[in-house]
Each structure stands twice: as C-alpha cells, then as structure tokens.
Design a protein around this ligand. Structure first.
Ligand SMILES: C[S@@+](CC[C@H](N)C(=O)[O-])C[C@H]1O[C@@H](n2cnc3c(N)ncnc32)[C@H](O)[C@@H]1O
Length: 284
C-alpha cells in the first residue's frame, strides 16, 4: 500500500519505509535493518544466493536430506526474496516451506506450490505455535538484529522447532582478512558486529545439541577465481547501499565514503582480501 506521500511506503500496517538516495530503506523504530528492500537489493541477494550455492556445493549442511525427501516443514527467518526457499522447494516437493520477512520483496515467478511467504517482523517474535517446524534456517540477519534480538531470535527458533529438529544459521563476520587500509576504514564504519563469531555460544546457551561451526573465508576479487569475482560484484552492490545509513548516522561524508570505496575495490586483488563468514548448525 502506498501512502499519499510518494516518499513513504507501508509494506503492511506496521512497517514504514522511506526512499533515501533513491533506495527504499526501512524507517521504523521496530526494525534495525540498514540495507535497502528494493529491486537492486533483490538482484544482489540473487547473486549472493548463487555464490553460496557455489561455496557449499549445495544449499545447506544439516543432515536433513532424507527427512526433506520424505516431507517435513521448514521455516526460513528473514528469507528476503526467497531464492533459497524456491530452490529447496523445487528439490523437495514433499516438504512445506514457509519464508518470513519484514519486507514484501518475495519472488513470485516460478514458485512451486509448496512455498508460502508471510510479512512478519521477526524481531517481535515468531507467530507460530511451539514445535511447528522440523528445520529452521536463517541467513544474513546480522545487519537486522542487534545482539539481544539475535539471542532472543535463537530462543524463538528453538521454541518453534520440534524435538530433535535442525537449526542452521549462516552469517557474515565484520572482519576482513588481509584488508587494504581502505577496507579497514570501511569495516570500522559499519554498524554490524561480530555476532557471527558468537552464534555457537548462543546455541549452546539455548541448550542446542551437536553444534557444528564452520568458518569460511570468501575472497574478494579475481585472485579468488569465480567465487572471488562474484563476491566482488556483490560487494560493489552492498557497500554503496550500506553507505547511505553510514553517512546518515556517522560523521563520514558522501565524498569520503565514495573515495574510500573506490580505493577498497581496486586494492582488494592486490591485498588478496577476503571476508569471514560462519555457518553454524545444530539439533534441538
Ligand atoms: C541480507 S538479507 C538476506 C535475505 C535472505 N536470508 C538471503 O539469504 O537471501 C536480510 C533480510 O532480512 C530481512 N529482515 C531484516 N530485519 C528483519 C526483521 N526484523 N524481521 C524479518 N525480516 C527482517 C530483510 O528484509 C532482508 O530481506
């Protein structure tokens, strides 16, 4: 629903978005997310989805293949457009997939019938009964949930999981390996934290079992072959978008941000920089 002002958009009755520098950004006290929710971001998330399929050589790490073939119920928290859900649902037609996101960016094309999307602010809890799902998945919410919300979200995911259900979380860590000076500067300006490094301890605190924690170093630039080139393209879309809020919330100027970005992109190859990610999976 679009309000009388073309600059203000309501995706549902609760969440307000505003256009800033031509990008649709959430502007609502109840959501801390800093990336846009628009067509350019959907494109970036599609590239990102393809990157992770390449890195994992698949879509997930948990031991759930046989259950998925038989037919189980899966929740994807902060699913974005739903590229992961779409691929999973095509692969496992006997299983039912529910994707929730605070923004209506859901893909509508080529969706199999075993997919359902709902607009939900997951920071307010998960509006599902206890023990509703066999597998709960969450990817790249680190820029959406402050630490306390993140911890709370893990407890909520546990609540809605059936006994012995599987949880899988993939997150970026705000840390570059071999950064150029420009990349170090950018990393200092970003507001996301080291939540990725704390996920296994959050799962432990929530009494999850059989916790596995894998570190990935994803290369930025040609030195890293196909994944490196793809990840550089993703960074070229992500970092200008993050910059809108950085410039608004800090003393960094537009010129300084743009100049530093340019330096960072051209130096990534020379420095052989990479970004750290963590994939953590466990059982209830
Ligand atoms: C970086 S995107 C990742 C999307 C998807 N998980 C993927 O891997 O492609 C993060 C998503 O989290 C959503 N998000 C952020 N805060 C949220 C909240 N409080 N409740 C529900 N979704 C949220 C955003 O709208 C966005 O679609």
């Amino acid at each position: 629903m679009v309000s009388s002002s073309p600059e203000i958009v309501y995706d549902n009755d609760d969440i307000v978005f505003q256009y800033k520098s031509g990008r649709k950004l959430v502007d609502d006290e109840s959501v801390a997310y800093i990336l846009p929710s628009d067509a350019t971001e959907v494109k970036r998330l599609e590239l990102n989805h393809n990157l992770w399929k390449m890195i994992l050589d698949g879509l997930y790490k948990s031991s759930v293949h046989e259950s998925l073939v038989e037919g189980i119920t899966i929740l994807d928290v902060g699913c974005g457009p739903g590229f992961w859900i779409r691929d999973m649902a095509i692969l496992y037609p006997n299983s039912k997939f529910i994707g929730i996101d605070m923004a209506d960016v859901f893909i509508t094309k080529d969706l199999p019938p075993n997919v359902e999307f709902q607009i939900i602010n997951a920071a307010m809890g998960l509006p599902f009964q206890d023990e509703s799902f066999d597998f709960v998945f969450q990817r790249f919410l680190v820029m959406g949930f402050p630490t306390d919300t993140y911890k709370q979200s893990i407890k909520e995911m546990k609540r809605v999981l059936k006994p012995n259900g599987a949880i899988e979380i993939l997150e970026l860590v705000n840390h570059y390996t071999n950064p150029s000076p420009a990349l170090t500067k950018i990393s200092g300006w970003r507001m996301d934290s080291f939540i990725g490094d704390k996920i296994s301890s959050f799962l432990k605190d929530a009494s999850f079992q059989q916790i596995r924690d894998i570190n990935y170093n994803v290369p930025i630039g040609e030195w890293g072959g196909e994944p490196g080139k793809l990840y550089l393209a993703i960074q070229r879309l992500a970092l200008p978008a993050v910059g809108i809020m950085v410039i608004q919330l800090t003393s960094v100027t537009e010129e300084e941000y743009q100049e530093t970005l340019k330096e960072a992109f051209s130096a990534a190859n020379q420095f052989q920089s990479s970004t750290r990610f963590r994939l953590v999976y466990a059982k209830k």
